[in-house]
Design a binder for this molecule. Structure first.
Ligand code: B12
Length: 213
């Protein structure tokens, strides 16, 4: 496990080469990908956030740490994704308008895919009309919204309003998440569910899909 502490440090330091090599090694040695993710990779991003808050890190450091995180995530992702089974439902996922954070969104997408959902990844800075299109044209049954900024949380509300205006709100379940988001906020804006992490997002999506198929 000594190596995995080094993985934490490699991500915090933004050393993408090292974090990727350590992740690959851990996977080869049979360490559980969930453990790598939950015990080392996500805490590393939390540490990066803490340093940003205390002005030890600035945006360039955030970016290089995020790049290291993404490199490791690419290796973990295939292990989270199950194969073969018929999709339980179709999830259109995106980070809402104005927001460029996608690490959490990508994790949730990977876990949902691993949990048996088909994923339509709309990316970042996604306008409400793109979510509407995903429902109308691609038959999404769940809309998953991610926001990491308090200033972009209102885009979640706007997206739900957009779905209502387009007359498709009752065809989909809306789930939301991201560091500043809360259950209270989900209730306020009329979302169908909220979860604070990628694993419970799968349970939530499953629960909401029961009876829909
Ligand atoms: C990396 C990072 C960046 C990177 C993003 C790179 C990328 N490709 O994502 C860059 C450098 C681009 C960036 C930019 C900015 N950032 Co930034 N960033 C972060 C940082 C350090 C980590 C975020 C992260 O990836 N966390 C790890 C992931 C795994 O966690 P997560 O996203 O929360 O996701 C989990 C859950 O929330 C949940 N979840 C997430 N989405 C969803 C969706 C659904 C449907 C569900 C169910 C669950 C769910 O599951 C996930 C997995 O468990 C955070 C600090 C922090 N600790 O959050 C700041 C932070 C979010 N950033 C912040 C700020 C201020 C900014 C900037 C405004 C900085 C600037 N002055 O330019 C810009 C904004 C750019 C924009 N328009 O979006 C602030 C936000 C403050 C606030 N309250 O609004 C934070 C909190 C830092 C801080 N402490 O001040 N940032």
């Amino acid at each position: 496990m000594e190596d995995l502490k080094e993985l934490f440090e490699a991500i915090v330091d933004g050393n993408a080469g090292k974090s990727k090599a350590l992740t690959a090694k851990a996977l080869t040695e049979g360490v559980d990908p969930q453990e790598i993710l939950n015990k080392y990779m996500i805490p590393a991003m939390d540490e990066v956030g803490r340093r940003f808050e205390t002005n030890e890190y600035f945006v360039p450091e955030l970016l290089i740490a995020a790049r290291a995180m993404k490199g490791s995530l690419e290796l973990i992702k295939p292990r989270l994704v199950a194969s073969g089974a018929k999709p339980i439902g179709k999830v259109a996922i995106g980070t809402v308008k104005g927001d460029l954070h996608d690490i959490g969104k990508n994790l949730v997408a990977a876990m949902l895919e691993g949990g048996g959902f088909e994923i339509i990844d709309l990316g970042v800075d996604v306008t409400p009309d793109k979510f509407v299109k995903a429902v109308k044209e691609k038959g999404a049954s769940i809309i998953a919204l991610s926001a990491l900024l308090t200033t972009t949380m209102p885009s979640m509300k706007t997206t739900i309003e957009g779905l209502k205006e387009a007359g498709v709100r009752n065809q989909v379940k809306v789930i939301i998440g991201g560091a500043p988001v809360t259950q209270k906020y989900a209730d306020e804006i009329g979302a169908d569910g909220y979860s604070d992490n990628a694993s419970s997002a799968v349970a939530l999506a499953r629960k909401l899909s029961v009876g829909d198929n």
